[in-house]
Design a protein around this ligand. Structure first.
Ligand code: HEC
Length: 309
């Protein structure tokens, strides 16, 4: 303990040194959440998922089930739920899923979502292209939004002996009240008007009817009884093998991602167009859902809506 016997100036130098160490530690602590997140994102440790700009991988035959799970921190008065409990997809294929958030309070609040996947070792292969979890997010009082997440599972998951046995992945999100609300993005960007089936009917006439009718095959298959039907299943229509083998069942979610990019969803599919605008997709899907509901209620698609009651 030589510093006890050193002179006054030696003790001061030691004291300054110790204070510097404390300052460095405090700095590290205050940045550690960021450092931790950067570390996790770079390594995929603890089931952290990876962020990428685009999906450059080809779909493989490997099928996976992805389940969705949400929770909200106790001090955040939001409702936050997945809009689909699970989806099936092939490794390498992009999927678009939605989560709904609603601010139940009378005040605007900024939230931040954390996420992880289980099993944790699947984290490095789980790649997100679009996610509300990338930024702090502001939600106005009593506002409700449907937030998209676009992701794919890297086909390398099937080649790594450590993960070759995984066929089910759970993606979990927790929303917290943000500690750094400044500069938050506004979730109002996802608050489109509710889907409008009448507008969808108009869009269908403009963008789809050149190739599709509701009850007969044209260049494309008939779309009248679409919801709940397996993709590529209308007898006699010459589908691409890719669509027939896709295993897709048409629902709001699958139809939305098909319209966002048929070849991205099913490489080898033959539909040569997409609907890039989110609102237009929702309206067209709402129209096809309405047509299918009327068809299964035994009404002709053109019949007027049933009177209430
Ligand atoms: C230029 C022609 C063309 C246009 C325009 C077009 N489609 Fe298609 N669509 C096709 C073809 C061809 C297929 C068959 C794809 C295959 O077999 O891979 C198809 C398949 C589909 C399927 C799969 C049906 C099934 O039975 O599995 C859906 C759903 C669909 N189209 C919806 C739409 C919607 C909605 C629009 C308008 C936004 C649209 N399509 C516009 C040509 C078109």
């Amino acid at each position: 303990m030589s510093w006890f016997v050193r002179g006054k100036s030696g003790r001061r130098a030691t004291l300054i040194g110790l204070l510097a160490v404390v300052a460095v530690m405090l700095t590290l602590v205050s940045y550690s959440v960021t450092l931790y997140r950067l570390f996790c994102e770079a390594t995929g440790a603890f089931g952290t998922t990876q962020r990428v700009a685009a999906n450059a991988s080809a779909a493989t035959g490997r099928r996976l089930t992805v389940l969705f799970d949400t929770s909200v921190a106790p001090n955040l008065p939001w409702r936050f739920v997945p809009m689909q409990r699970k989806i099936e997809l092939r490794a390498g294929r992009s999927a678009l899923v939605f989560f709904e958030a609603e601010n139940l309070s009378d005040a605007e609040i900024v939230g931040h979502a954390t996420f992880n996947v289980t099993p944790e070792k699947a984290g490095v292969f789980f790649k997100k292209i679009e996610c509300f979890c990338f930024t702090e997010e502001r939600l106005a009082a009593h506002a409700k939004v449907q937030m998209p997440v676009e992701f794919f599972v890297d086909p390398a998951i099937g080649r790594d002996p450590n993960t070759a046995d995984i066929d089910q992945i759970t993606l979990s999100y927790t929303f917290f009240r943000s500690a750094r609300p400044d500069g938050a993005a506004d979730l109002a960007r996802f608050a489109n008007a509710p889907p409008d089936a009448a507008a969808g009917e108009q869009l269908f006439a403009e963008q789809c009817a050149g190739c599709h009718a509701l009850d007969t095959a044209r260049i494309g298959p008939p779309l009248g009884h679409l919801i709940g039907r397996r993709a590529g299943s209308v007898p006699g229509y010459p589908y691409s093998p890719a669509l027939v083998q896709s295993g897709i069942v048409w629902s709001e979610a699958t139809l939305t991602s098909w319209l966002a990019g048929p070849q991205a969803m099913v490489p080898g599919a033959l539909m040569p167009m997409a609907v890039p605008e989110v609102a237009a997709r929702r309206d067209i899907v709402a129209y096809l859902e309405k047509v299918a509901a009327q068809a299964s209620a035994g009404q002709a698609p053109a019949a007027p809506a049933r009177p209430p009651g």
